[in-house]
Design a binder for this molecule. Structure first.
Ligand code: SAM
Ligand code: DTB
Ligand code: SF4
Length: 342
């Protein structure tokens, strides 16, 4: 361990393997040095911008193709009318947004959308539902959708809310590759945003997913009026999951009229970039996804996010209910930046 000039205690070494065995040795002495203290993450976020990006680039280049970006396409398989009260979400029944409720899509609709996503170059297809959690009868359709998406040769991901015992296993048997369930923010700020389910509920679902042998996709939202410390708190929670998630979506709040968070003061875009860098440094092997909010983000900010270690995006002109850059625009951006899809 070394103390850098900036005051950050440096646990990384040029070799990740060395860090792993170093941590193992320390752990065998009874201390869990793999845990990220929130103050250490805050210290990362406080670094001079260039120092932070340099560190993120070093980690990124050690573990990933520096110009490779993975493409995931989203679809909402059941839209609106959700009983939860997530303050950012246009699909919560209690807020008056212009999202129209829509029943569950058919398997045929999903297959057609997945085939189109594959033809555009996506490698993963993510199916989202506006539920607190799936009912048993919903699981039958979801399982069919997962099987159908896998049969097309795509990776399959679902985000269906909280899971009950046995449901993760059903998804795993259907061949599900990833389950997305976000922690959203730090435990301390969480209660300002959501009251109908608590942090522990989320951790519990993540544990069920992990135990079933499905890859974990878990991240959060930035730009909800949270402090830098809260952003550090979110990254710390994610990085301290054991193991940390394989996929970490960092969403920028998409402000939707009618939701409580509409009108939140805009976040300095460089704070968003810093959060991506902190995710990259603390979760070296994870795919860090530059997620919601790209349509509203200048290309130069997106370029900084890739520089900071983002290596996955949502691809296709729609997220769940809000817009995303058109595929053609992203292809042009990739050309401009010399990026390629992986
Ligand atoms: N209903 C399920 C749940 O909440 O677990 C799955 C779908 S939910 C829409 C998936 C994630 O989308 C949320 O956890 C949140 O992180 C993200 N999200 C929703 N609305 C958003 C918005 N307006 N801006 C950014 N991210 C958003
Ligand atoms: C995630 O972290 N972001 C995606 C996905 N997982 C499900 C959702 C973003 C939703 C943005 C608002 C909307 O389109 O409704
Ligand atoms: Fe419902 Fe998910 Fe939206 Fe929360 S984020 S209101 S659980 S759809």
């Amino acid at each position: 361990m070394s103390q850098s000039a900036s005051g950050v205690v440096d646990m990384e070494t040029p070799s990740g393997e060395a860090v792993d065995s170093f941590s193992d040795k320390l752990s065998s002495l009874g201390a869990d040095f793999r845990r990220w203290d929130v103050r250490r993450i805050e210290a990362l976020l406080d670094l001079p911008f260039s120092d932070l990006i340099h560190r993120a680039q070093q980690v990124h280049r050690q573990y990933h193709d520096p110009n490779g970006v993975q493409l995931s396409t989203l679809i909402s398989v059941k839209t609106g009318g959700c009983p939860e009260d997530c303050g950012y979400c246009p699909q919560a029944a209690r807020y008056h947004t212009n999202v129209e409720n829509q029943d569950m899509l058919t398997v045929e609709d999903v297959v057609a959308a997945a085939a189109a996503a594959k033809a555009q170059g996506a490698t993963r297809f993510c199916m989202g539902a506006a539920w607190r959690g799936p009912r048993e009868r919903d699981m039958k359709s979801v399982v069919e959708m997962v099987r159908a998406v896998k049969a097309l040769g795509l990776e399959a991901c679902t985000t269906l809310g909280m899971l009950k015992p046995g449901q993760a296993e059903q998804l795993q048997e259907a061949g599900l590759d990833y389950y997305n369930h976000n922690l959203d923010t730090s435990p301390e700020f969480y209660g300002e945003i959501i009251t109908t389910r608590d942090y522990e509920d989320r951790l519990d679902t993540l544990q069920k997913v992990r135990h079933a042998g499905i890859n974990v996709c878990c991240g959060g939202i930035v730009g909800m009026g949270e402090s830098r410390r809260a952003r550090a708190g979110l990254i710390g929670q994610l990085a301290n999951l054991d193991p940390y998630p394989e996929s970490v979506p960092i969403n920028h709040l998409v402000q939707v009229e009618g939701t409580p968070l509409h009108g939140t003061e805009a976040l300095d875009p460089l704070e968003f970039v810093r959060t991506i860098a902190a995710a990259r440094i603390t979760m070296p092997k994870a795919m860090v996804r530059l997620s919601a909010g790209r349509r509203e983000m200048p290309e130069a900010v997106q370029a900084l996010c890739f520089l900071a270690g983002a290596n996955s995006i949502f691809y296709g002109d729609k997220l769940l209910t809000t817009g995303n850059p058109e595929a053609e625009r992203d292809k042009a951006l990739f050309d401009k930046l010399g990026l390629h899809s992986i």
